[in-house]
Write a protein that binds this ligand. Sequence first.
Ligand SMILES: Cc1cc2nc3c(=O)[nH]c(=O)nc-3n(C[C@H](O)[C@H](O)[C@H](O)COP(=O)(O)OP(=O)(O)OC[C@H]3O[C@@H](n4cnc5c(N)ncnc54)[C@H](O)[C@@H]3O)c2cc1C
Length: 419
Amino acid sequence: MAEYSALSLLKNAFSGNRDWKPAWRKPDPKPSYDVIIVGGGGHGLSTAYYLAKEHGITNVAVLEKGWLGSGNVGRNTTAVRSNYLLPQNIRFYEHSMKMWENLSHDLNYNVMFSQRGVLNIAHTPAQLDDFARRGNAMRHLGADAHLMTPAEMARRVPGLDVSKSARFPIYGGLMQERAGTARHDAVAWGYARGADRRGVDLLENCEVQGFIKDGDRVVGVNTSRGEIRAKKVAVAVAGSTGHVMRMAGVERMPIESHTLQAFVSESLKPFLDTVVTFGMGHFYMSQSDKGGLVYGGDIEGYNSYAQRGNLPIVEEVMSEMLALFPSLAPVRVLRSWGGVCDMSMDGSPIITTGPLPGMYLNCGWCYGGFKATPASGWCFAHTIAKDQPHHFNAPFTLDRFHRGAVIDDKGQGATPRLH
Ligand SMILES: Cc1cc2nc3c(=O)[nH]c(=O)nc-3n(C[C@H](O)[C@H](O)[C@H](O)COP(=O)(O)OP(=O)(O)OC[C@H]3O[C@@H](n4cnc5c(N)ncnc54)[C@H](O)[C@@H]3O)c2cc1C
């Protein structure tokens, strides 16, 4: 199996890079497993890794309809942060942040986690007050946060229009220095290799097309590669959650599927060493290691399973970018793409046992599930292994929507695009 030491890089360079070993096996499906995980995205792969590593459960298969990492884990804009207001979210995402800080060592795979900071820009005095409140909540629970003045922001972010005549004048910002970015593909590949190495079967081109039940209990799945039985069936399919859960007979989920687009510009010399978010709309930007500016924005205003978006969002994202950085007007956009996001009705995730016996569910990641990848897998593995949640994910139940105990960090109500 592939190792990426300096010695192996040198050896393979001399043999024309023809002798690299695959990073994981390509096994055939077994008739049954202890645990099946549907969905080979970041969350499915990290769940398999922690099931094996933390709980010694290795008779596990990850079933992916395409190739590993073909979903949102390989399509996101890679921002990692824990800058939330509500304690349930701060605790969970701060746990994830601590796991990110050691992830490359844990996986022995460089996920290129770069703690370059995430800066939220405030455009009104009231918004700055709101950010100060959120920063205080974060610090109270052990996360880092500090406010920045426009002058400090101008020094940190070249090109940012902090003038009084700006389209949306800037009053200050909330910075989380430990936040940043990571290489998304490497996260999927690192978890995949780590899980495979511990005996997990990673089954690509294996689409789940139905669930096998014994009464109410889920006891297996029908797939494009045949029937596979399991004691426990876990679902982590992000934007396909509604579709997959319907196959199991769960008709109504508090999830809407929307396309979220991202954009990358031509390469520029490095000038931006942090992630910047706009406060008067939905826009954020960072600079990749290759020099491209990575832009993100709002979800499409309609439900869709298409992995590509539409022109109104392109226009919105570009106009918001120019409101902050007028000098970037000549920079050309090279590519755009889309992923299907699982927008929950309160903006917070679901990591739970059920909703059927024998089943476990992980979804509702909205705009922000990449940063959750380590903690989500870790908590979901705990939930599957112990048949009860860890205290980090105990609040993220499905029945909170029935009970009215929603976790609405932004206080926006059931409006997916505003979370
Ligand atoms: C453009 C964009 C930008 C984003 N930016 C950020 C960001 O900056 N920071 C952040 O934290 N988050 C971000 N996100 C969100 C983040 O990427 C997702 O929340 C997260 O990746 C979802 O979890 P996942 O990785 O498991 O999903 P996915 O990678 O989508 O995994 C789900 C997998 O399930 C598979 N699947 C579906 N149906 C079936 C089936 N029937 N049988 C078998 N397999 C099936 C899919 O093929 C897919 O591979 C962004 C998302 C997008 C689209």
